[in-house]
Design a binder for this molecule. Structure first.
Ligand code: SF4
Length: 172
């Protein structure tokens, strides 16, 4: 077993104090670097940078990020939701680690898009409906894996389909 113990902390997304949506930071008792190539092989469209090392991917309603001995999870409703989601991802990571001899590790580097490439496809109205004061601040949260593109209500309006598609093509 790779992760035997962990502690969970919760906080509001940066620049959005008091947000009803929470981010969890799960500190583990293990260095997560060695498992990242196996996670990269098992999940779809992850951003993986072996030089840091770090890996970020999106699944369902959440983004997950591994770095050093921390697992970050976004888009959580409350502590109970965070505890359930953290328990599932830790169990999955341990399962991947147990099966590592059957998995071909994937060392392919795939880095997140640059801030300005994201900003180009956002509505750029700085309306603040996503809870941060500008599209640039929201783009920074997307890069960090703390928000999903669907957190921008303006992108879900009619006429925004092409922008949304372009952002998804960037892997966001
Ligand atoms: S809701 Fe969308 S358009 Fe408005 S500030 Fe946030 S990212 Fe920009």
């Amino acid at each position: 077993m790779l992760i035997k113990d962990y502690e969970l902390e919760m906080f509001s997304p940066p620049c959005d104090p008091g947000s009803p949506v929470w981010v969890a930071r799960v500190k583990t008792d293990a260095d997560l670097g060695p498992i990242m190539p196996y996670v990269n092989a098992e999940v779809k469209n992850a951003f993986y940078d072996p030089k840091v090392p770090t890996i970020v991917w999106r699944e369902g309603a959440h983004k997950y990020a591994l770095r050093e001995n921390v697992v970050s999870i976004n888009n959580l409703k409350d502590r109970a939701h965070a505890e359930r989601t953290a328990g599932k991802i830790i169990k999955r990571l341990n399962d991947i680690w147990e099966r590592r001899e059957e998995i071909e590790p994937d060392h392919t580097t795939r880095v997140p898009p640059k801030l300005l490439d994201i900003l180009r496809h956002l509505p750029r109205t700085n309306c603040g409906k996503c809870g941060v004061p500008s599209c640039m601040a929201f783009a920074a949260q997307l890069v960090e894996g703390e928000r999903c593109v669907e957190d921008c209500p303006a992108l879900l309006e009619a006429g925004m389909e092409e922008r949304l598609e372009k952002l998804r093509e960037l892997g966001l």
